[in-house]
Design a protein around this ligand. Structure first.
Ligand SMILES: C[S@@+](CC[C@H](N)C(=O)[O-])C[C@H]1O[C@@H](n2cnc3c(N)ncnc32)[C@H](O)[C@@H]1O
Length: 353
């Protein structure tokens, strides 16, 4: 995941977007206080994505009665009550939003782009959480260094983001990057700060968007949620933090799955979600040349757990930005995955019978 980060070498600006002179410029470079003076009591993500954010936070903060900083906080810190935090502090720019945030014990108004030094003593926090806001930092590496200073050794810095933003306030390098490159950017901030152990990354993509969401007509998938996190160096319980479990759908017992796969020839239903498989014409392209069938059967249910969980599985193990659907080969009587880059991919090959 690491890449060349030295900006002193020849062609550095071409190889590393962080080295470009205007990397941290913004369309609206005016004082942030003016922009955030307006109250925004809105959800910055859809409800499915927000519950994923809570799931990530509750999975990773394992300290007993932790002291937590919500860095760049608004009216909701997404910190589940069952963490039983002894103190939650919010740092942000909008006084009204911070006052209405019921999870905070206290808050501080502080502009990180004016002064990236954090107004807190050394080693006072067990965890620092930054949600949907890293894209607005104009001096992220200094802020990450500061987070390292105020965390206890082994403390957690958890950066969570999606693909939504105030475009006039997000820095150029963020806007110029695709979603996978943004994960690399945040990883770079951690590495360049020198304060943290190796990062761990998590992505939740492709979950169905709630039907009553205001953007449901535009996109059937929920906002993606990415997390990049690391512990401050010097901790004693290195690597003991649990991994984030994929919280979508039930995992089926192997025996039951085998039974359902064996029945597909007769039922033509997906063994994972029971939806009817769709007949799909095998395209005439180099990737399919070795398949001697004219058609296959594919599960095109966008809410199928096999497909939805596939985004995370591919992200961690094989190919970021891809998932796979369940495909049944009628000649060989076999179920197999077929990779897809979007929920729309392959749908134009459906044969309506
Ligand atoms: C998209 S909102 C996210 C709020 C909250 N973290 C959440 O998840 O709902 C961006 C937040 O970043 C904060 N923010 C933006 N620029 C900032 C700056 N220069 N210094 C401190 N906070 C800032 C704003 O106050 C705002 O609450």
């Amino acid at each position: 995941m690491a890449r060349t980060t030295s900006c002193s070498t020849e062609h550095a600006a071409e190889l590393n977007p962080l080295c470009r002179e205007d990397a941290f410029s913004r369309v609206d470079d005016s004082n942030d206080n003016a922009f955030y003076e307006t109250d925004r009591f809105v959800n910055h993500l859809d409800s499915v994505a927000l519950s994923t954010v809570e799931h990530i936070i509750s999975s990773l903060i394992t300290e007993k009665n932790p002291v937590i900083l919500d860095l760049m906080a608004g009216w909701d810190s997404h910190i589940p009550d069952d963490l039983a935090a002894s103190e939650i502090v919010g740092l942000g720019l909008n006084e009204n939003e911070l006052k209405q945030n019921k999870q905070l014990n206290r808050h501080v108004i502080h502009d990180l782009n004016q002064d990236p030094r954090l107004p807190f003593p050394d080693a006072g926090f067990d965890a620092v959480v930054n949600t949907a806001s890293v894209d607005y930092m104009t001096r992220p590496v200094t802020v990450f260094e500061e987070v390292g200073r105020i965390l206890k050794p082994g403390g957690l810095f958890l950066v969570i983001f999606s693909n939504r933003m105030f475009p006039q306030k997000a820095v150029k390098v963020w806007q110029d990057s695709d979603e996978n490159e943004r994960v690399i950017l945040v990883n770079d901030f951690f590495e360049l700060s020198g304060a943290f152990e190796d990062t761990i990354r998590f992505a939740s993509k492709g979950k169905p968007r709630p039907k009553d969401d205001k953007y449901a007509a535009q996109t059937p998938v929920s906002d993606p949620v990415y997390a990049v996190y690391a512990e401050k160096k010097g901790g004693t319980s290195k690597g003991k933090r649990p991994a984030i479990r994929n919280d979508y759908g039930e995992t089926m017992a192997k025996e039951l799955l085998k039974k359902k796969e064996a029945a597909v020839k007769r039922t033509l239903r997906c063994p994972h979600c029971d939806e009817k498989l769709k007949k799909w014409e095998v395209p005439d392209n180099p990737f399919c040349q070795t398949w001697d069938n004219d058609f296959m059967y594919i599960c095109f249910n966008d809410a199928c757990s096999y497909f939805v969980r596939g985004w995370d599985r591919m992200y961690r193990e094989i190919n970021q930005g891809m998932s796979y659907r369940l495909m049944y080969n009628p000649e060989k009587d076999r179920c197999m995955p077929i990779p897809v880059p979007t929920h729309l991919a392959l749908k134009d090959g459906i044969i309506e019978d």
